[in-house]
Design a protein around this ligand. Structure first.
Ligand code: SIN
Length: 188
């Protein structure tokens, strides 16, 4: 099941009075920047974990066979490395459409890896959205991902592209690595 969050995000219109906004990407927004940005810098979000708990019925799966894509869950003991983009607010028209399957814009503080702290936005799919799938064991999650394909390509490619991007950033994300090993066919 899916819900279109475009109108909710447009209505809330966070940072509408700003000329520029920092956007934090932690999933496909790290490796697929199909939007204009002024600059990008690696950044870390404290108090959140990246999890493949959100269903994808529109990009990496279908309504009949949904895939699983990344979202963030609150986790006081953890942090999430991603990419921060400095953008102009007009870019949200595209981003709201791209992230429409359950993601809401959320304001928070980002730690840029250069040492600066900035206010920014992140798209988070919360557990109360209709496309939420929630936790499962990594074998089951990897199996679902291995069998899902949507208009944006295979769900497997989404995970492996994210894993490659995190390796390039020097990041070890245990959840992503666990799925990567399973999808590449090794469990070592
Ligand atoms: C993100 O990348 O920040 C959001 C989730 C996604 O589009 O994969």
């Amino acid at each position: 099941m899916s819900i279109d969050t475009t109108a909710i995000n447009r209505e809330a219109n966070l940072f509408a009075d700003h000329d520029e906004v920092w956007l934090f990407g932690y999933g496909s927004l790290i490796y697929k920047a199909d939007f204009a940005f002024l600059e990008r810098r690696p950044a870390r979000l404290h108090g959140w974990s990246r999890r493949f708990w959100q269903g994808s019925h529109d990009h990496r799966g279908t309504p009949a066979r949904p895939g699983r894509v990344a979202t963030l869950v609150a986790d006081a003991t953890s942090s999430c490395l991603g990419m921060a983009y400095r953008i102009t607010p007009d870019v949200f028209t595209h981003l709201d459409h791209r992230e429409k399957n359950g993601y809401l814009r959320h304001a928070l503080t980002l730690d840029l890896l250069d040492g600066n702290e900035v206010e920014g936005l992140v798209y988070v799919a919360r557990e109360d959205n209709a496309a939420w799938l929630g936790p499962d064991d990594d074998d089951a999650i990897a199996m679902q991902i291995a069998n899902a394909v949507g208009p944006s390509g295979s769900n497997r490619d989404y995970v492996l592209a994210l894993a490659d991007a995190l390796h390039a950033l020097g990041e070890q994300d245990a959840h992503v690595s666990s799925l990567e090993r399973r999808l590449r066919g090794t469990r070592a």
